[in-house]
Design a protein around this ligand. Structure first.
Ligand SMILES: Nc1ncnc2c1ncn2[C@@H]1O[C@H](COP(=O)(O)OP(=O)(O)O)[C@@H](O)[C@H]1O
Ligand SMILES: [Mg+2]
Length: 296
C-alpha cells in the first residue's frame, strides 16, 4: 500500500470513515473554536471553486500554531473527518497527509523542485479524484530544515523558507484546484511571518490548557480508561478528584496531562496487572510527579 503513495505523501484516506472518529472530540478547546474551524473548512471545500476569482475568494489555508502537545495534529486530523462527515451528502473527501521529511534541504535546489512538483502536479492530481480534498501539512517547519538540524534547533530562517515554499505552492494548487483546503500546523508560531499568516483564512493559536480545561482533559482520560475497565467509572465521574489532580497538572500541555493519567497505571504491579484496582492515591502520585517535572 505504502509503495503506491506518491513521493512526499505519507498518507491517503477516503473520508468519512468510522475509524477516523475520535480525534475531533478528544481535543478540548475554548467554546466556538471547533465550529469556526469546521465552518472555514466546509466553506472552502464546498464553495471554494464557486468563489474562485472573486475578491472574497478564500485562500484555502488554515494554520494551527502553538507549543508542542497542545492538540494541533489531533485537531487537524479531527477536522478532516468532521468536514468529511458534514460534506458527505455531496460526496467523499480525500485526506492527503504530506510527509515534510521527504524534502530535506541539504540539496536546496532539488528539494525546492520536489516541493514545487508536489504542489503543481501531485496534489492537483490527487485533488481531482474526489469532490473534496483536504491536505494536511503537519509541522511545516520540518519541510525545509537542513537534515542535520531537523527537530533540534529549528531556526527561523528554515521556518521562513518552508512557509515561503508553501505559499507559492498554494497559489499553484489553488489555480489548478480551487476548493482544495490546506491545513498547516507549526510549533514555531513566533517564527512564522505575517505574509503567511495574513493569507490564511483562519489562524488558530493553540495554548496550554487553562485551569478550566485541565480537569476536563483529566476526566476524558479517565473515561477512556473506564471504557476498558468499568470499575474506574467512579473515578471518571468524580469531579472533586479531577480538581485535586488538576492542581498538580496545570501548566503542562495536553499530551503530558493524558500521559500522567495513563501512567498512573504503571506505578504498581497490581494496577498494571489489573487496572480496575487503580486508586485516587495512585492518580495523585502520578500527577504530583508530572507536576514536579514541569518545575525543573
Ligand atoms: N486541549 C486538549 N484537550 C485534550 N487533549 C489534548 C489537548 N491538547 C493536547 N491533547 C492531547 O495530547 C496529545 C498530543 O496532542 P497533539 O495533537 O499531538 O499535539 P501537537 O500536535 O500540538 O503537538 C493527544 O493525545 C491529544 O489528545
Ligand atoms: Mg503535532
Amino acid at each position: 500500500m505504502s509503495t503506491t503513495l506518491p513521493h512526499g505523501v505519507s498518507g491517503l484516506h477516503a473520508l468519512p470513515a468510522d475509524h477516523h472518529d475520535g480525534p475531533w472530540d478528544a481535543v478540548i478547546t475554548p467554546p466556538g473554536l471547533k465550529e469556526r474551524l469546521l465552518a472555514t473548512a466546509v466553506l472552502v471545500l464546498r464553495h471554494g471553486a464557486r468563489l474562485a476569482g472573486s475578491a472574497v475568494a478564500p485562500h484555502g489555508l488554515v494554520v494551527l500554531a502553538g507549543p508542542p502537545g497542545t492538540g494541533k495534529s489531533t485537531l487537524a486530523q479531527g477536522l478532516a473527518q468532521a468536514a468529511a462527515r458534514t460534506l458527505a451528502p455531496h460526496g467523499a473527501t480525500t485526506l492527503v497527509e504530506v510527509d515534510p521529511h521527504a524534502f530535506p534541504s541539504e540539496m536546496l535546489g532539488e528539494s525546492q523542485r520536489a516541493v514545487s512538483r508536489l504542489f503543481h502536479e501531485t496534489l492537483p492530481e490527487l485533488a481531482a479524484r474526489r469532490p473534496h480534498t483536504l491536505v494536511l501539512l503537519d509541522e511545516v517547519e520540518s519541510l525545509a530544515v537542513r537534515r542535520r538540524a531537523a527537530s533540534f534547533d529549528t531556526n527561523p530562517v528554515d521556518v521562513h523558507r518552508a512557509t515561503d515554499a508553501v505559499l507559492s505552492g498554494l497559489d499553484a494548487l489553488r489555480a489548478a484546484r480551487p476548493g482544495t483546503l490546506l491545513v498547516v500546523t507549526t510549533n514555531f508560531a513566533e517564527a512564522v511571518d505575517d505574509a503567511f499568516l495574513s493569507r490564511a483564512d483562519l489562524v488558530v493559536r493553540t495554548t496550554l490548557p487553562d485551569e478550566t480545561v485541565v480537569p476536563q482533559i483529566v476526566a476524558d482520560s479517565l473515561r477512556e480508561l473506564a471504557a476498558q475497565w468499568p470499575a474506574l467509572r467512579r473515578l471518571a465521574d468524580d469531579t472533586a478528584v479531577h480538581r485535586r489532580l488538576s492542581k498538580h497538572l496545570t501548566g503542562l500541555d495536553g499530551r503530558r496531562i493524558r500521559k500522567a493519567v495513563h501512567g498512573s497505571l504503571a506505578r504498581r504491579l497490581e494496577t498494571a496487572r489489573d487496572p480496575s484496582t487503580l486508586t485516587e492515591a495512585d492518580l495523585l502520585a502520578a500527577a504530583e510527579e508530572a507536576g514536579a517535572e514541569r518545575r525543573v
